[in-house]
Design a protein around this ligand. Structure first.
Ligand code: AMP
Ligand code: GLY
Length: 419
């Protein structure tokens, strides 16, 4: 029996999820709303329905009773309550409901949750008025980190190395509203040092099972220079996240977070993403996401050997077990090909050519078809991804493959996985 699946979203993450589901003998047709040109090769895309158009999505799913399950991948529709709306119509959905998605949608909520339940994180204060925040910043420790409360495309975090930068940043967030309504409250927190690791976990509300670890690269340019982006590449596993650290993170952060959400009456079902900062054996939470990370998913799912459809089923039904989530020993590296100018303004509609990339996988992020030609349609255009026996081997393959890709103004980082 094959099951048809509807995937909400249209980036590299959604392409990777669909690519992995395609490998399941249990999956039939896949719909992608809105999808992209890469997804169109393995799914029926509905470019007219955006991931934030909840009414149109619910109407579409209701009008297609052949859809067995809807997978909600991006943060916006999750925090807007798409899973609640689908479930209210009797539709099966993968992802947290609105009450649980708040763990990502409000940094004030997540910081207060960690404080209340003793989950290690950076020291912080929260403010909802500019004057009090400005007074605090006048003599807080520098460097300091400012975070707009709400969702801001991963860009609402400012690391301020001087007091002047902090004062300017606070104005930007709270007065100029550079991140819109996300800036009505702000978290001001201690600057942490160490290395970062992303740990994506499946969670069925009770049982939580980590996937293979990964690391992303947020800055636009080589050597971690340039502006923050949605992510310029990722690799899995992390070299530094030892089994001992993984066990400690599981005991002190991962399980306590799931228990805290239950205690708050907000059981979490879906993928819970832990962004951790590790210094020696000190582990602290930098951020939570209520979904698969992007580009991390592009480096993690190709390593997964279990059937993703089975795991989604188990999460929804509250039947998840650790044995269901398996990964190969291979390493995986994903290098993002971005549009010139990203993360600021960039051109769209530029023709893309993809030559022979061997056995590398080219996940599409910002692509579209224009009169039969593949063109760019976003800042992050492709995630060129390769598996290998080691990180070095995977890295070499991914970089060899990305040389076969071309579009005007294309750039990519040359040091993904080199750290
Ligand atoms: P977030 O969206 O909270 O993950 O923040 C984006 C990035 O900012 C993180 O991946 C870190 O690189 C950095 N960051 C966030 N919080 C801190 C902190 N307290 N100390 C140092 N770096 C941070
Ligand atoms: N790569 C980080 C995120 O998905 O938010």
């Amino acid at each position: 029996m094959k099951h048809n699946i509807c995937i909400i979203g249209g980036g590299g993450r959604e392409h990777a999820i669909a690519w992995k589901l395609r490998r399941s003998a249990q999956v039939g047709k896949i719909y992608a709303l809105p999808g992209n040109a890469g997804l169109a090769g393995i799914a029926e895309c509905i470019p007219g329905i955006k991931a934030t158009d909840l009414d149109a999505i619910v109407d579409f799913v209701k009008a297609h009773p052949d859809i067995y399950m809807t997978v909600v991948a991006p943060d916006d529709p999750l925090s807007m309550g798409l899973v609640d709306r689908l479930e209210a119509c009797g539709c099966r959905a993968f992802g947290p409901n609105k009450a649980a998605a708040i763990i990502e949608a409000s940094k004030v909520f997540s910081k207060n949750l960690m404080k209340k339940y003793g989950i290690p994180t950076a020291q912080y204060e929260t403010f909802d008025d500019y004057e009090t925040a400005a007074a605090y910043i006048k003599d807080c420790r520098i460097p300091v980190v400012l975070k707009a409360d709400g969702l801001a495309l991963g860009k609402g975090v400012l690391i301020c190395n001087t007091r002047e930068e902090a004062e300017e940043g606070l104005k930007e967030i709270m007065l100029d509203r550079a991140f819109g309504a996300a800036g009505s409250s702000v978290v001001v927190e201690e600057f942490l040092t160490g290395f970062e690791v992303s740990v994506l976990c499946f969670c069925d509300g009770k049982t939580v099972v980590p996937m293979a670890s990964s690391q992303d690269h947020k800055r636009a340019l080589d050597g971690d220079k340039g502006l923050n982006t949605g992510g310029m590449g990722a690799f899995s596993p992390s070299r530094k996240y030892t089994d001992e650290l993984a066990k400690k993170a599981y005991d002190t952060v991962i399980v306590p977070t799931v228990e805290a959400m239950n205690a708050e009456g907000r059981p979490f079902k879906g993928v819970l993403y832990f962004g951790l900062m590790i210094d020696g054996d000190d582990i602290r939470v930098l951020e939570y996401n209520a979904r698969f990370g992007d580009p991390e998913t592009q480096a993690v799912l190709p390593r997964m050997t279990s059937d993703l459809f089975d795991v989604f089923e188990a999460v929804i039904d509250g039947k998840l077990t650790p044995a269901m989530v398996r990964f190969s020993d291979e390493a995986c590296v994903c290098v993002v090909a971005a549009s010139g100018g990203y993360p600021q303004s960039y051109k769209k509609g530029l023709p893309i050519t993809i030559g022979d990339v061997g056995d590398a996988i080219v996940f599409h992020a910002g692509t579209a078809m224009s009169a039969d030609a593949l063109v760019t349609s976003g800042g992050r255009v492709l995630g060129v991804t390769a598996l290998g026996a080691s990180l070095e081997a995977a890295r070499e393959k991914a970089y060899k493959a990305i040389e076969k890709v071309e579009f005007e103004g294309m750039f990519y980082r040359h040091d993904i996985c080199k750290l």
